[in-house]
Design a protein around this ligand. Sequence first.
Ligand code: COA
Length: 260
Amino acid sequence: MKYQNILTEISDQIAIIKINRPDQLNALNKETIEELNHAFISSCENKIVRVIILIGSGEKAFIAGADIKEFANFSIEEGIRLSSEGHEKLFNMVEKLPIPVIAAINGFALGGGLELAMSTHIRVASENAKLGLPEVSLGVIPGYGGTQRLAQLIGKGKALELILTAGLISAEEAFQLKLVNHVVPQEELMNKCLSIANKITRNSPVALQAAITAVNAQYQEGKDGMSTEIEEFGKCFGTNDFKEGTSAFLEKRPAKFVRI
Ligand code: COA
């Protein structure tokens, strides 16, 4: 697929996906969502890739939300489809990816932008970032998982305050609320993400996938977190990664894991 709205590159087992609509503050239109869906899936299919970093182009925005110009005249049915397709094609898909995704929040992360960051597994923000779910100021509510994931990450009370006030918070406030894991100066953002990614690339791909599945389970309807953990833990014992990881430890050498 030839991309019009995103850029991708792979180096040292790390895929970088960059949303490239800086003049529209990287707003997520339908085409960009399709391209991101394709880029995430094909990065995962590439067995060299162990971690994905998602960032916006320019220094102003990670993603300033869903593309308001595109949905301004939508009907109820179109609104439902926009939300459900977005959940399926991007937001839920990213959350459940078998390889970790790091959001490098390099500026505004608003509406769908914050929702996408919250679907990733680790969030790092630059000091200039502003985060929020301002949808109610537009007469709508967060529709890409924001009402659920924000409450999961920062608790129901603070989530409701942020959503109901449509307020924007600074990177530092987001850090205090545990909405982002780290805050760094903008020029250090990519290095910080790469340093986290490099630590992850040393670990067992099979175990990384199992850990994501187990942690996610608590938040999925019909799943039991502890039962999922027991099942995923047990499955690890039948893998080459487990043989390699334990042998390497006993032989006092670094483990060499291969993604299969
Ligand atoms: N959808 C579509 N276009 C958007 C957008 C969005 N979510 N966010 C920004 N843009 C566009 C603007 O329309 C403008 O395009 P134009 O030059 O063609 O008019 C361009 O990006 C630059 O934005 P602008 O508003 O001029 O920048 P600013 O620095 O004055 O303000 C923001 C930045 C982020 C505060 C402001 O753009 C904003 O509030 N955006 C919408 C945020 C939002 O409500 N997101 C949730 C959507 S559900």
